[in-house]
Design a protein around this ligand. Structure first.
Ligand code: ADP
Ligand code: GN1
Ligand code: MG
Length: 347
C-alpha cells in the first residue's frame, strides 16, 4: 500500500528508505527518507478516530489562522499530494504525509528539568497563540475524550462485564479508583463553572508529542489529532503525568516512580511563561488538581482496557495494561503525597 501512496506525492518508493518510526500508541508511523528530504507517513487509526476528515479540517483551519496571525510559528501540517489533497483515502484506510522536522528528536522520559520547561512552554505557546481562535470552528475528533465523569462510568461498566480472572486480579486497583472518586466530583465542579472556559487544547501533551533540537530546545508540538475545545487541566495534567517521574508508564519496577519537584516548577514556569496572562485566576487555582485529574483518568483508561481485554491500547505481554494501570496509580499516590510541597512551590 505504501508503494501506491508515495507516488501520489511524487515520491519514488524504490528510491526511498521506509522505516517504522516512533513510540506512539495510536497511529502507524513511518519515516520516509528520499535523496532530497525526509517525511513522516502516517496511517490514521480509524478504530480510534472515526472521522479522519474532521482532523484534516481542524488542522487546515488552525493552519489558516496561524498563517494569518502568527506566520512565524512552526506549525506542522500534512503536505498536499499532486491533486491538492492532504488526506488520502484508500481501501486500507486514511494516510497523510508530514514534512520530517530535520534534526529533531522526541523523548520518552525527561532527564533534565530544562526539557520540562521547554516542552511545557511549547504547549503553552500553542494554546496562547490560538487564544483568539473560535473554538466552535473545531470538530470534536474524539467525543468525550477527557470527560472524566464518562470515563468513570465506562470503567464501572468494564468492571461489571470483565472476566472473573481479570476482575479478581484488579480488585485492589478498582478499590483505589473508587476510593478516590472525589477527583471526579472536582471535575464536575469545573465543567459546571462558567469561569473555566473551553480553549484550543492539544489533549495529548505527553512528552513524545513535542520535538526537540540537538541542543534540547523545544522546536514545536506534533500529534494534532486530539486538538479540540477543552480545559487547560488536560494539557497541564498530561505534562505532570509524563514529565514528573524519572520512570514512565511502561516501567514495571514501581520503586522508580517518583515526583521530581524541580520538574514540577519547570512545568509551571514554562507553561505560565506563555499562558500566565491568558488563564483566569479561577483556572490557576486548579493547576495542581490537573495532575491528579489526568493521572487518575489514565489509570482508569488503562485498567478499563485491561478489563475489556486490551481492545484499545493493545498489549505486548500478558497483563500489560494491568501493569500500566498499577504504574499510574503508584504515580498518583506519589503525586498526592507531594501535593503540599508542590503547593508551596507555586504559592
Ligand atoms: P501517535 O498518534 O501514534 O502518537 P505521532 O504523531 O505522535 O503518532 O508520531 C509518532 C512519533 O513520530 C512522534 O512521537 C515523533 O517521534 C515522530 N514524529 C511525528 N511527526 C514528526 C515530524 N513531523 N517530524 C519528526 N518526527 C515526527
Ligand atoms: C495515546 O497517541 P499517543 O501515543 O500520543 C492516547 C493518550 C494517552 C496515551 C498514553 C488518542 O497517546 O490519550 O494518554 O496514549 N491517545 C489517544 O500513553 O487515545
Ligand atoms: Mg504521539
Amino acid at each position: 500500500m505504501l508503494n501506491q501512496i508515495l507516488p501520489l506525492y511524487g515520491i519514488l518508493p524504490v528510491k526511498s528508505n521506509i522505516q517504522l518510526f516512533g513510540d506512539g500508541l495510536i497511529n502507524h508511523t513511518w519515516k520516509v527518507t528520499t535523496e532530497n528530504a525526509g517525511y513522516i507517513l502516517q496511517k490514521v487509526n480509524q478504530a480510534v478516530f472515526k472521522k479522519p476528515q474532521d482532523i484534516d479540517q481542524n488542522i487546515s483551519r488552525l493552519k489558516a489562522f496561524l498563517n494569518r496571525k502568527h506566520p512565524e510559528y512552526l506549525f506542522i501540517s500534512p503536505i498536499t499530494d499532486t491533486t491538492g489533497k492532504s488526506l488520502i483515502e484508500t481501501s486500507e484506510g486514511y494516510f497523510r504525509l508530514f514534512p520530517f522536522v530535520e534534526d529533531s528528536h522526541s523523548l520518552n522520559v525527561l532527564s533534565k528539568k530544562e526539557e520540562a520547561y521547554e516542552a511545557a512552554r511549547q504547549f503553552g505557546r500553542f494554546s496562547m497563540l490560538l487564544n483568539e481562535f473560535d473554538v466552535d470552528q473545531l470538530y470534536i475528533t474524539l467525543p468525550d475524550f477527557h470527560n472524566l465523569t464518562l470515563r468513570y462510568a465506562q470503567f464501572k461498566n468494564a468492571v461489571l462485564h470483565a472476566s472473573p480472572e481479570r476482575k479478581k486480579r484488579s480488585k485492589e486497583l478498582i478499590s483505589f479508583i473508587e476510593d478516590n472518586y472525589s477527583i471526579v466530583k472536582t471535575f464536575d465542579q469545573i465543567t459546571a463553572n462558567h469561569e473555566i472556559p473551553l480553549r484550543v487544547i492539544h489533549h495529548d501533551t505527553k512528552i513524545n508529542n513535542v520535538l526537540f533540537d540537538r541542543y534540547d530546545k523545544g522546536i514545536c508540538v506534533i500529534d494534532l489529532d486530539t486538538v479540540m475545545p477543552g480545559y487547560f487541566i488536560s494539557d497541564v495534567g498530561d505534562m505532570m503525568r509524563t514529565y514528573l517521574s524519572a520512570a514512565n508508564e511502561e516501567e514495571t519496577d514501581f520503586s522508580k516512580i517518583n515526583i521530581r519537584t524541580d520538574f514540577f516548577k519547570a512545568i509551571y514556569d514554562g507553561y505560565m511563561q506563555e499562558m500566565g496572562s491568558v488563564l483566569t485566576e479561577t483556572e490557576k487555582g486548579y493547576f495542581i488538581y490537573s495532575g491528579k485529574f489526568l493521572i487518575y483518568m489514565q489509570a482508569i483508561r488503562f485498567l478499563a482496557d485491561y478489563l475489556e481485554n486490551d481492545v484499545y491500547y493493545g498489549s505486548k505481554y500478558e497483563g500489560h495494561n494491568f501493569m500500566r494501570a498499577e504504574n499510574q496509580i503508584t504515580l498518583l499516590k506519589r503525586y498526592q503525597e507531594a501535593e503540599p510541597l508542590l503547593r508551596s512551590l507555586i504559592s
